[in-house]
Write a protein that binds this ligand. Sequence first.
Ligand code: SF4
Length: 295
Amino acid sequence: MKYIPAKTIISGYTAKNNWFDINYNMNIYKGCCHGCIYCDSRSECYGIDNFHEVRAKDNALVLIRRELKSKRRTGVIGTGAMSDPYNPLEKEHCLTRGALELINGHGFGVSIATKSNLITRDLDILKEIQKHSPVLVKISITTYDDELCKKIEPNVAVSSKRFEAIKELTKEGIFVGILLMPVLPFLEDNEENIKGIVELAYESGAKFIYPAFGVTLRQNQRDWYYKKLDEEFKGIKEKYINCFGNNYSCYSPRAKVLWKLFKKECEGFGIFYKMEDIIAGYRKPYINSQLSFLK
Ligand code: SF4
């Protein structure tokens, strides 16, 4: 694995963040090799060259230890925004695992977004963190169909493996749910897919599903996505061009219908889908201890 120089790894404190109420952000790796055809992080605006090549930040664990020690406030540290913390190299190098051990040792909480079932390896540390601080796991799933999954997210565990990971984590009491985003127009925006995901989420014990019925496209990300559509899904690119032109937000033309169905299904199964309910769900048991910390 290649290493790149870094001065910091954990970003500053945010008192109130609408995105799952995460207080800090942590990126140990740069780039991602999971190959999702719609990946936004490969957009030019983020300036990540050779996006598919995973590199780790130099001395990551030394930096993380120092940064955690110097924070005046504990809080929830988010990871998984610009690269997957459970890429294949993590299996050998254990940097995300090392970071979780430090997070545990310094009394912070954690919020992890991933598409990989490798996260179950770290169940033991997540359980330790959960004894004192909030733990939130978001597994991204965009289709319930493994064959479609292999085409749109080719280098990572297929959806059924991710559902198994959810089951394993929830069985041990971890607060786990699904990021159902993007829902790709003309590929995934159908009733069968939405119903299938909600049903499997319920069977796996997922606490929540947070959806976005569409995809965002910009700059070279759009070019890459269209190239992949041409390779795997003949005729779909033309539908995007006709329907969305150069729009950044490409909402599914079926978003309204699907949203209605999704809400009904989630309510029927008792699965959270509103951000405030998800935040309350994973943070509530710790509210008193957080207040006493801030006194
Ligand atoms: S796992 Fe996330 S960061 Fe990696 S390619 Fe897929 S969308 Fe991009």
